[in-house]
Design a protein around this ligand. Structure first.
Ligand SMILES: *[C@@H]1O[C@H](CO)[C@@H](O)[C@H](O)[C@H]1NC(C)=O
Ligand SMILES: *[C@@H]1O[C@H](CO)[C@@H](O)[C@H](O)[C@H]1NC(C)=O
Ligand SMILES: *[C@@H]1O[C@H](CO)[C@@H](O)[C@H](O)[C@H]1NC(C)=O
Ligand SMILES: *[C@@H]1O[C@H](CO)[C@@H](O)[C@H](O)[C@H]1NC(C)=O
Length: 968
C-alpha cells in the first residue's frame, strides 16, 4: 500500500482533475439552489433530524449535502428543474423504531404528511409498531400517494382507516402483527390495485373486503398466512381484474362458490392450507391466463375435472381427498411443467400421455396401480419423479434411463418387481435413488456404481442378492447408503473405505460375512452391521470413526474382547453389541453412551468397573517381548526401555483421538492481527505452543478445529484454536494468503463475532488466538447440561445476537460466509451474549478443490442445506438455513439430528398444520407463560422460513433480524 503513495501524478492529470472538480462543484451549488422550494427543503431538513434520532446509531441517514434531492433514499421529479418536488422516500431497513420515542415518531409522520407531492413511501423492514392516530385522522396531504410499503415492521393492533389516502394503488402491510378483522378500512381506495396483508394475525371473514364489491380495481390480493375464516364469498368473481389471488394458509372453509373461475385475467390462484371442501371447480379450466393453481392441503374431494391443466404451467393439488382416476389429459398439455398430486386417494393407472415440458411429477401416496409408463423416457427435462407409496406392480422401465436430467427418482413403497435396469446408470445428474420397500430382486448392476452425482441410495426392504461389488467406490458422492433387509452375501469390499463422503451405512439384516474392513472416517449418523454373519473380533480401527454417533453390531458372530478403542469414539451415543459371542470385561464408556450388551454370555458387562483388562493384557504381552530382548541386552537397559515404552503406551491410550506431539509445534511464522497493546504484550507465542502440545488443555473439538486454553506468563489466558491443514483442501501458497485473509478479518468489529487477535503458522497447522471469554458453546448449554436450562429470554437474546453477528458478516463489503455454522461454533460469553466463531474457515478451506460434494466439506450434519448436495456452492441462503436449524434447537431443545432424523425436516413436517406447531416447542420453557409461548411461535415462523427447502424462498439475514426483533 505504502509503495503507491510515493508515485506522483503527472501535472496535466492533476490539472484536469482540478478543472473537472471545480466544474462539478459549481454545478452542484447552482443545482441545489435551483431545485426544491423552501417549504420542502425545510421539511426534509427536519425529517432528517427526526429520522436520525429514531434510527439505531449504525444506520444514520446521510444528509450532508445541502440539496435534499441528492440525498440517498430521496427521489425528486422532475429531476433538477426549478419546480422539482419530492416524490419518493425509501426508508427501508433504516432501523427506525417507534417504541423508543413516540413523540418523535408522531413528528416523523406529521412531517411526511407535509410532503404533498409524495407518491411512493417505503417504510419496510423497520421496527414501526404503531402508526400515530393523527396519521389516519388528519393526514390530508398524502391524497396523491400511490404506494405505501409498511411490510416487515411490528405493527400491531387493528388496522386504521385509509380513507385519507384515496390515491393509493399499492398497499403492502405484510409481515406485521396486525390483528382484528377487515371491515371498511379500504373501502374508499377506489384505485387500489395491489393489497398485501400476508403474514399477520388477522381474523374474521373477508365478506366486507370481497363481498361488497367495493374495490373492484384490485389486481393483486394477498391474504396468506393469517387466520381468516368463513366462506370465500360468491361475489369474489366480480373482481374481474384480478391477476393474483392468494388466500393460502388461513382457515377458510366451505366449498368454492358457484361461478368461481370467471376471472378473465387471473394468472395465479393459491388456496393452499385451508379447510376447503367439495369439488375442484371445472370452470377453472376455462381461464386461459391461469398458469399456476395450488389448492394443496385442503379437504377437496370428488374427482379431478378433465382439461383442468389445459393452460397451466404449475398445478398442486397434493394432500386432499381427491379420488377416481387421473384424467387422461391432465398430464399432457405442452405448457405443463410441474404437477403435484401427492397424498390423495387417486386410483387406476398413470396416464401415458405426458407433457414433454414436465420437470416435476409427484404422484406419491395414492392408490395408483398398473405400470410406470415407458413414455416417461421422453421427458428429457424431468428432474424430479416421485411415485412412492402406490401399488405400482410393473418392472422399472429401462426408458427412465433416458431422462438425463433426473436428479431425484423415488419409486419406494410400491410392488415393483424384477431388477434394476442397467440403463439407470446413464442418469449422471441423479442425486437420490429411492427404491426401498418393493419386491425388487437380483444384484445391483455395475452401471449403477457409475452414478457420479448420487448422494443417497436406498434399496432397503427388497429381495436383492449377490455380493456387493468393489466397484461401489465409484459412487464418489455417496453420503447415505441403505441396503438393510435384503439378501446380500459375501464380505464388504475393502473399497468401501474410498467412499469418503459416506455419513450413513446401513447393511443390517443381510447374509454378509467375513471381517469388517476399515470404514470411511466420514461416517457420522450410523454404521449398522446388525443381523448378519460377521465374525472374528471387532476391529479396533472402528475406534477411529471419531464422528460416528450410532454403531450397531448386534446379532452377528463377533467374538473376543470389545476393543478399548471404541471408548474413544467421541461422538458415540448408542453402541449395540447384543447377541454376539463377545467375552472379557466391557471397557468403560463415557456416561452419555448408551451401551447395550445383552446376549453375550461371556461378556462381563460392568460399566462402572475399572475396565482396563485390555490394556493390562497387552502390557503383559509387551513385557514378555521386552523381557526376551532384555535377556540379550542386559537388565539395566531393560528397565530404561520398559519405562519408556510404558510411559508412551499409557500416554497413547489415554489420549487417542486427540493428536499429541511430545514437542511443541515449530513456529514458522507468528503475527499479531490486533492493534490492542494489552494483547500484544500479553501473548507469548512459544508459551502458547507449549500449551497446545498438552492435550489436557483441550477445551473443545469441532468439525474442523480444536480449541485450547493457553495461560500466558502474565497470568491471563487466551483461547487458541488449531486448524488442521493436512486433510482439507487448503489452497496452495497458503501461508501468505492466509495471513492477509486473517488481517482483514481482524479488522472486523462486532460484539457478536469472534475476531482473531493473532496467529501462528506451523508446518502443518495454523493457530488462532482469541480472548478467553469462553463460557462454553451453545451446544453444551442446550444439549449437555441437564440442570441449568436456558430460559426463553436467554434463548431469545442468543437468537438475536447470532442474527446480528451473521447480518454483520453478510453485510461486509466482502461478505464473510460461514462454512460450519452450528451450535458448536457459537460461543457464549454469558448466557445472553453469543459470538459466532470459525469465521475464517471458508477462506482456509476451499470446497471447490475438494473431491467430495460440498455437503460433506461444508458444515455439520443437520445444518447442511439440502441444495449443497446439488450446487457445490457456499451461499448466504445456505447460512440462513443453518441459522434456522439453530433457531429450531433454541425453540425445541432438540439436537440437530436425533435418531437419524434431521431437526429441520422433522419441524417442517410437523408444522404444516398450524394447530400442531405448539407441540414442537420445548415444554420446559414454553410452559412459562402465554406470552412466552406466543413469542416462541413467532420465532418458529421465522425459523421455518429460514429452513425452507428452496434457497430462493429463504429470507435474507437482515430480514431475519428484523423479523426476530418484531417477534418480541
Ligand atoms: C412548495 O411546493 C409545494 C409542492 O409543490 C407546494 O404545495 C407549496 O405550496 C410550495 N411552497 C411554496 C412556498 O412555494
Ligand atoms: C455522506 O455522503 C457524502 C457525499 O454523498 C460522502 O462524501 C460521505 O462520505 C458520506 N458520509 C458517510 C458517513 O457515509
Ligand atoms: C415492500 O418492501 C419489501 C421489503 O423491502 C419488499 O420485499 C416488497 O416487495 C415491497 N412491496 C412492494 C409492493 O413493493
Ligand atoms: C431408506 O428407507 C427406509 C424405509 O422407508 C427408511 O426407514 C430409511 O431411513 C431410509 N434410509 C436412508 C438412508 O434414508
Amino acid at each position: 500500500m505504502e509503495r503507491y503513495a510515493h508515485i506522483s501524478f503527472p501535472f496535466p492529470i492533476i490539472f484536469s482533475c482540478f478543472f473537472f472538480f471545480t466544474i462539478f462543484f459549481i454545478h452542484g451549488l447552482l443545482a441545489s439552489s435551483s431545485q426544491l422550494n423552501q417549504t420542502q427543503v425545510e421539511i426534509m431538513r427536519n425529517l432528517s433530524k427526526t429520522l436520525n434520532s429514531l434510527t439505531g446509531s449504525n444506520s444514520e441517514w446521510n444528509t450532508t449535502n445541502p440539496d435534499p434531492c441528492s440525498w440517498e433514499r430521496v427521489t425528486c421529479s422532475p429531476q433538477s428543474s426549478p419546480d422539482a418536488a419530492v416524490t419518493q422516500l425509501s426508508f427501508s431497513g433504516l432501523g427506525l423504531s417507534t417504541t423508543k420515542n413516540s413523540s418523535f415518531s408522531t413528528l416523523l409522520f406529521d412531517l411526511i404528511c407535509g410532503l404533498n407531492t409524495l407518491e411512493h413511501l417505503d417504510l419496510s423492514l423497520n421496527s414501526i409498531t404503531t402508526l400515530p392516530e393523527s396519521f389516519f385522522a388528519d393526514c390530508v396531504g398524502l391524497s396523491g400517494l400511490k404506494s405505501l410499503n409498511l411490510s416487515y415492521n411490528g405493527l400491531d393492533g387493528a388496522l386504521g382507516n385509509f380513507s385519507n389516502f384515496a390515491g393509493l394503488e399499492t398497499l403492502d402491510l405484510s409481515f406485521n402483527h396486525l390483528t382484528g378483522p377487515v371491515h371498511n378500512q379500504f373501502d374508499s381506495l377506489s384505485r387500489l390495485k395491489s393489497l398485501n396483508l400476508s403474514s399477520n394475525r388477522m381474523v374474521g371473514t373477508v365478506q366486507s373486503l370481497l363481498g361488497g364489491g367495493k374495490v373492484l380495481t384490485l389486481e393483486e390480493l394477498v391474504l396468506s398466512s393469517n387466520n381468516f375464516s368463513g366462506n370465500i364469498p360468491n361475489s369474489v368473481s366480480e373482481y374481474a381484474n384480478l391477476t393474483l389471488l392468494d388466500l393460502s394458509q388461513n382457515s377458510f372453509n366451505g366449498s368454492l362458490p358457484n361461478g368461481f373461475g370467471e376471472f378473465p385475467k387471473l394468472e395465479t390462484l393459491l388456496l393452499s392450507s385451508n379447510n376447503l371442501v367439495g369439488d375442484i371447480p371445472a370452470s377453472l379450466s376455462g381461464i386461459a391466463t391461469l398458469s399456476r393453481f395450488a389448492a394443496n392441503e385442503n379437504k377437496f374431494s370428488g374427482t379431478i375435472p378433465g382439461g383442468l391443466t389445459k393452460y397451466m404451467r404449475i398445478l398442486d393439488l397434493s394432500y386432499n381427498q381427491l379420488g377416481g382416476e387421473i384424467p387422461s389429459d391432465l398430464l399432457s398439455p405442452p405448457s405443463l411443467e410441474s404437477v403435484d398430486l401427492t397424498g390423495n386417494h387417486l386410483e387406476g393407472a398413470i396416464p401415458a400421455n405426458l407433457s414433454q415440458g414436465l420437470y416435476r411429477l409427484r404422484l406419491g401416496g395414492n392408490l395408483l396401480n398398473g405400470t410406470i409408463p415407458e413414455a416417461i423416457g421422453l421427458l428429457s427435462g424431468l428432474k424430479y419423479l416421485e411415485l412412492e407409496g402406490n401399488k405400482l406392480d410393473s418392472g422399472i422401465p429401462s426408458q427412465i434411463g433416458d431422462c438425463e436430467n433426473l436428479t431425484l427418482l423415488n419409486l419406494a413403497d410400491n410392488r415393483l418387481r424384477g431388477g434394476i435396469p442397467k440403463e439407470l446408470g446413464n442418469l449422471r445428474q441423479l442425486v437420490e435413488l429411492e427404491l426401498q420397500m418393493n419386491n425388487l430382486s437380483g444384484g445391483i448392476p455395475n452401471e449403477i456404481f457409475q452414478l457420479s452425482s448420487l448422494s443417497t441410495l436406498n434399496l432397503s426392504r427388497n429381495s436383492f442378492s449377490g455380493e456387493i461389488s468393489s466397484a461401489i467406490s465409484g459412487l464418489k458422492k455417496l453420503t447415505n447408503l441403505d441396503l438393510n433387509d435384503n439378501m446380500f452375501f459375501g464380505s464388504i469390499p475393502s473399497s468401501i473405505n474410498n467412499l469418503n463422503n459416506l455419513i450413513e451405512l446401513q447393511l443390517g439384516n443381510n447374509n454378509l460375512s467375513g471381517t469388517v474392513p476399515p470404514m470411511p472416517s466420514s461416517l457420522t449418523i450410523a454404521l449398522n452391521l446388525s443381523s448378519n454373519l460377521f465374525g472374528g473380533s471387532i476391529p479396533s480401527y472402528l475406534g477411529s470413526l471419531s464422528e460416528l454417533e450410532v454403531l450397531d453390531l448386534s446379532h452377528n458372530n463377533f467374538s473376543g474382547e470389545v476393543p478399548n478403542s471404541l471408548t474413544k469414539l467421541q461422538s458415540l451415543t448408542l453402541l449395540v453389541l447384543s447377541y454376539n459371542r463377545l467375552s472379557g470385561v466391557l471397557p468403560q464408556f463415557p456416561p452419555y453412551v448408551n451401551v447395550i450388551t445383552n446376549g453375550n454370555v461371556d461378556l462381563i458387562g460392568t460399566n462402572d468397573g475399572t475396565g482396563t483388562v485390555t490394556k493390562k493384557k497387552r502390557s503383559s504381552l509387551m513385557i514378555i517381548i521386552l523381557a526376551i530382548i532384555g535377556a540379550f541386552l542386559g537388565l539395566g537397559l531393560i528397565a530404561a526401555v520398559l519405562l519408556y515404552v510404558f510411559s508412551k503406551r499409557f500416554y497413547r491410550v489415554e489420549d487417542e483421538g486427540i493428536e499429541i506431539s511430545e514437542n511443541p509445534p515449530q513456529i514458522v511464522d507468528g503475527c499479531f492481527v490486533t492493534s490492542n497493546s494489552i494483547h500484544r504484550s500479553a501473548i507469548d507465542f512459544s508459551k502458547a505452543m507449549e500449551a497446545v502440545s498438552d492435550p489436557r488443555n483441550v477445551t473443545l473439538k469441532t468439525r474442523f478445529c480444536t480449541y485450547y486454553k493457553a495461560a500466558m506468563p502474565n497470568g491471563t489466558s487466551y483461547s487458541v484454536k488449531k486448524l488442521n491443514w493436512s486433510d482439507k483442501s487448503v489452497p496452495s501458497g497458503t501461508h501468505e494468503k492466509f495471513g492477509q485473509e486473517l488481517e482483514s478479518l481482524g479488522r472486523l468489529s462486532s460484539s457478536n463475532v469472534m475476531v482473531p487477535l493473532a496467529y501462528v503458522l506451523t508446518e502443518d497447522s495454523a493457530y488462532l488466538f482469541y480472548e478467553n471469554a469462553h463460557e462454553g458453546t451453545l451446544f453444551e448449554f442446550l444439549h449437555r447440561s441437564k440442570e441449568n436450562i436456558l430460559d426463553w429470554s436467554s434463548r431469545y437474546s442468543i437468537a438475536l445476537g447470532v442474527a446480528q453477528g451473521l447480518t454483520f458478516l453478510h453485510g461486509c463489503a466482502q461478505p464473510v460466509l460461514l462454512l460450519d455454522l452450528s451450535t458448536l461454533t457459537i460461543h457464549l460469553k454469558s448466557t445472553t451474549e453469543p459470538q459466532v466463531g470459525d469465521i475464517e474457515l471458508c477462506k482456509v478451506i476451499d470446497p471447490s478443490k475438494s473431491t467430495g460434494s460440498l455437503s460433506t466439506v461444508a458444515g455439520s450434519v443437520g445444518y447442511i442445506p439440502p441444495e449443497y448436495a446439488y450446487t457445490m456452492r457456499l451461499t448466504m441462503s445456505g447460512n440462513v438455513y443453518s441459522f434456522g436449524v439453530i433457531l429450531l434447537e433454541l425453540l425445541t431443545g432438540k439436537p440437530p439430528v436425533s435418531e437419524g432424523v434431521e431437526l429441520a425436516k422433522w419441524a417442517l413436517s410437523y408444522s404444516t398444520r398450524r394447530d400442531q406447531r405448539e407441540q414442537i416447542l420445548d415444554p420446559r420453557v414454553s410452559k412459562a407463560s402465554l406470552g412466552v409461548r406466543s413469542q416462541m411461535l413467532s420465532v418458529l415462523k421465522v425459523a421455518l422460513a429460514c429452513v425452507n427447502l428452496s434457497p430462493e424462498a429463504r429470507p435474507k439475514m437482515r430480514h431475519v433480524l428484523s423479523m426476530l426483533f418484531n417477534a418480541k
